[in-house]
Design a protein around this ligand. Structure first.
Ligand SMILES: *Cc1c(COP(=O)(O)O)cnc(C)c1O
Length: 392
C-alpha cells in the first residue's frame, strides 16, 4: 500500500466505524459490564485496545492510535492532551534521578523549559548538543546517558539533523539508550523515524495532523522495545485526551497529503522569491542549500510543508513592527500547521541556544504559508518588506 492510500485507510477497521466511513464518536468515562466474566476479559485486554475505563480511551481513541501505529510503523501509540504533554511524558517515562539526557540545542522552547525546570529539579542531568553534531554525538555520550532527544528541523532556525547517524552512534555506544524525536514538522507523511531506528516519534497533532487550528492534541508512537514502558508510565501520569479531538485529528489525517502538497509548493515559491530580495540575508527552508543540514532533508524527507524562516540582513525593531502591522493575510500567532498563514519575528536566541551560538545578521522571520493563493501572500510580503525598508 502506498502512503496516500494508507492515510485514507488507516484506523478504519469495521470495529471502529461500523457501517459508516468514519469511526463512531464514543464519549465515555464509565464503560459498563454485565458480568464478572466480561469485566475480567476487559481487564485482560485493557492495555491492548479493549474499552475498560474512559481515561484509557474508547474505540474512537483506538482508531487514531491504530492509524498512527500504521503510519509510523510503531508497536504502540499513546495520546496526550497536547504535543508538550507527549514530549514531557515521553521524557519522564525513561528518565530517573541521576540519569543523563542529551537534548538538541535547537529544541522547541517549552521542551527546553521542561528540561531546565522539572527534569533538573528531580535530578536529571542534561547536556544540549549542536543539531548538526551527526555521528560525533558519540563524544557526548556518558555512562549514565539514557535518552537522546532530537527535533528536526529545529524550531525557528530549521537545522536538519542527521537522524540515522545519531541513532546508529547511540546504538553503537550503548544499546540501552532510548532515542526520541519531535517529528511534528515532517509528520509521518514525510519522515518515519522508527524506520531508521528511533524508539519514539512524537507529534504535536495540534499542527498538521489535525490541520485546522481548532485542536490541541499530542501523540507518541513507540518501537517494540519502548512501547510498554511508555504506555505504563504515561498511564501512571494520568495522561489522556478528548475523544472529540481524536476524532477531529483522524479527519485531518485524511486530507494531509493534499494540504501538505499545497503548503509545500506555495512555500517553495515564496521562499524562492524571498531568496532574491536584497534585504534578505538567507532563507532557512530545508529544501534550500542555505539551510544547515539541507543534505539530510534531501536524503531522508519526502517533502516539506508551509513552515520556514528567513533571516534579514539587519535588525530594526521599529521597522519590524511597522512591517508586521502592515500585513493583511499573515497574522501573528503561535502554532502552525493550520490552513492559514502566520508570521512571527525574533532576533535574540541567547536563552534558547546554549550549546551553539546564533550569529544571525538580523531578524529571523518565521512564516507559515497557509492555503491561500500564493500570489496574495507574495503581495502581502512584498508590501511588508517595502514597509520595513521605508522605516530604516
Ligand atoms: C507546537 C509544537 C509543540 C507543542 O505542541 P502543543 O500541542 O502546542 O503542546 C512541540 N513541538 C513542536 C516542534 C511544535 O511546533
Amino acid at each position: 500500500m502506498k502512503k496516500n492510500t494508507k492515510l485514507i485507510h488507516a484506523g478504519r477497521d469495521k470495529q471502529f466505524t461500523g457501517a459508516a466511513v468514519n469511526p463512531k464518536l464514543v464519549r465515555a468515562s464509565t464503560i459498563v459490564f454485565d458480568s464478572v466474566d466480561e469485566l475480567s476479559k476487559a481487564a485482560q485486554g485493557r492495555d491492548d485496545g479493549v474499552e475498560y475505563y474512559g481515561r484509557r480511551g474508547t474505540s474512537t481513541t483506538f482508531a487514531l492510535t491504530q492509524a498512527m501505529c500504521d503510519l509510523e510503523r510503531a508497536a504502540g501509540c499513546y495520546v496526550y492532551p497536547c504535543g508538550t504533554a507527549a514530549i514531557t511524558s515521553s521524557l519522564l517515562s525513561f528518565l530517573s534521578a541521576g540519569d543523563h539526557l542529551l537534548m538538541v540545542d535547537s529544541v522547541y522552547e517549552p521542551t527546553r523549559e521542561f528540561v531546565d525546570g522539572i527534569l533538573a529539579r528531580i535530578g536529571v542531568e542534561a547536556d544540549y548538543y549542536d543539531p548538526l553534531v551527526g555521528e560525533q554525538i558519540k563524544q557526548l555520550i556518558k555512562p549514565n546517558t539514557k535518552v537522546i532527544f532530537l527535533e528536526s528541523p529545529g524550531s525557528w532556525t530549521m537545522e536538519v539533523q542527521d537522524v540515522p547517524a545519531i541513532v546508529a552512534a547511540a546504538k553503537r555506544a550503548d544499546e540501552g539508550i532510548v532515542t526520541m524525536i519531535d517529528n511534528t514538522y515532517a509528520t509521518p507523511y514525510n519522515f518515519r523515524p522508527l524506520t531508521v531506528g528511533v524508539d519514539i516519534s512524537i507529534h504535536s497533532a495540534t499542527k498538521y495532523l489535525s490541520g485546522h487550528s481548532d485542536v490541541m492534541l499530542g501523540v507518541a508512537s513507540a518501537s517494540d522495545r519502548a512501547w510498554r514502558q511508555l504506555q505504563r508510565n504515561s498511564y501512571e501520569l494520568g495522561q489522556c485526551a478528548s475523544v472529540d479531538d481524536c476524532y477531529t485529528t483522524l479527519r485531518g489525517l485524511r486530507t494531509l497529503p493534499v494540504r501538505m502538497h499545497h503548503h509545500h509548493h506555495s512555500a517553495i515559491e515564496i521562499a524562492q522569491w524571498l531568496f532574491d530580495q536584497d534585504i534578505v540575508d538567507h532563507v532557512r527552508h530545508p529544501a534550500f542549500a542555505s539551510c544547515p543540514g539541507h543534505e539530510n532533508y534531501a536524503r531522508d524527507f519526502s517533502g516539506g510543508n508551509g513552515l520556514f524562516s528567513f533571516v534579514l540582513n539587519t535588525t530594526n525593531e521599529a521597522a519590524m513592527t511597522a512591517m508586521l502591522d502592515s500585513l493583511i493575510y499573515f497574522k501573528m500567532g503561535f502554532s502552525w500547521g493550520g490552513y492559514e498563514s502566520l508570521i512571527l519575528s525574533a532576533n535574540d536566541f541567547s536563552r534558547q541556544r546554549t550549546a551553539t551560538q546564533w550569529k544571525g545578521s538580523g531578524h529571523v522571520v518565521r512564516v507559515h504559508i497557509g492555503l491561500e493563493d500564493t500570489a496574495d501572500l507574495l503581495e502581502d510580503l512584498e508590501r511588508g518588506l517595502r514597509v520595513f525598508k521605508a522605516h530604516l
